[in-house]
Design a protein around this ligand. Structure first.
Ligand code: ADP
Ligand code: MG
Length: 243
């Protein structure tokens, strides 16, 4: 899909104007490690998209972010790159009680897509991180096996995580103690596909210190609702032409 490099992002929050006008910043200048930049280069990704340019530094700083930009603007890497970099730094001291990062997506296709993207970046960077995807078609014992290996990153639909919590396959206490980043990808679709109740149930286990990231192609009232439910004083990044 086409990437609109020219688009300027509009940020509401405390971001200074100069940062936004500086359109030439490279991935390194956004604060990403050389190994991640090299991994991107191998995929012929050389220049950040506008949403990546504004989102990556804020996410690296640990801010909650709502990123709204049309489909194809590069929202997946906008959150994956800074989240991976933070995990690279954290992994030796991690308490290893439960997954540190949950990425919630609306469909199994997207789940597979995000999973492949994460695993390929990790492989390129030669970092040992365990990434799993949960599927509603998996048996309880398969789900148990996936989660028992203490994954660093879980990619799943909200319903599947909710089921694991209800069944005790995922320990609520362990989740609360270790969850460091929660991503709601395609947040607009998460709601229109009926995952609102699952997400609401999960918010009970999201600790205050957890960084929450919400990616969306639209800015519907539903997304506003999610934002209020989960995020603490988020930075709102909006690209023009958002539906
Ligand atoms: P969105 O989630 O905003 O719809 P994606 O994250 O799926 O968009 O990205 C769309 C496509 O653009 C993907 O094929 C992705 O690999 C590619 N892409 C992402 N970032 C860049 C970049 N900085 N330069 C070139 N291509 C990119
Ligand atoms: Mg996307």
């Amino acid at each position: 899909e086409k990437i609109e490099q020219e688009d300027k992002a509009v940020v509401t929050g405390e971001v200074v104007e100069e940062e936004l006008d500086d359109d030439e910043r490279s991935f390194e200048e956004l604060g990403l490690e050389a190994r991640l930049v090299r991994a991107l280069s191998k995929k012929s990704i050389e220049k950040p998209t506008p949403i990546q340019r504004v989102a990556i530094p804020l996410i690296l700083e640990g801010k909650d972010v709502v990123a709204r930009a049309k489909t194809g603007s590069g929202k997946t890497l906008a959150y994956l790159l800074p989240v991976l970099q933070k995990l690279f730094a954290d992994s030796p001291s991690k308490s290893n009680l439960a997954p540190a990062v949950f990425i919630l997506v609306p469909t199994r296709e997207l789940c597979q897509q995000v999973y492949s993207e994460v695993t390929s970046l990790i492989e390129q960077c030669r970092v040992q991180l365990k990434v799993v995807q949960l599927r509603s078609t998996m048996s309880a014992s398969d789900l148990k096996t996936s989660l028992a290996g203490l994954p660093d990153i879980v990619v799943s639909t909200p319903a599947c995580v909710h089921t694991c919590l209800k069944n005790g396959i995922l320990q609520a206490k362990a989740l609360q103690e270790s969850l460091s980043v929660l991503v709601l990808d395609e947040a607009d679709l998460l709601l229109s596909y009926g995952y609102e109740d699952d997400i609401k149930a999960l918010t009970a286990y999201v600790p205050k210190r957890c960084q929450c990231l919400l990616m969306s192609a639209t800015s519907s009232a539903d997304v506003e609702k999610l934002k209020k439910l989960i995020l603490h004083n988020p930075y709102i990044l909006t690209l023009p032409e958002v539906g």
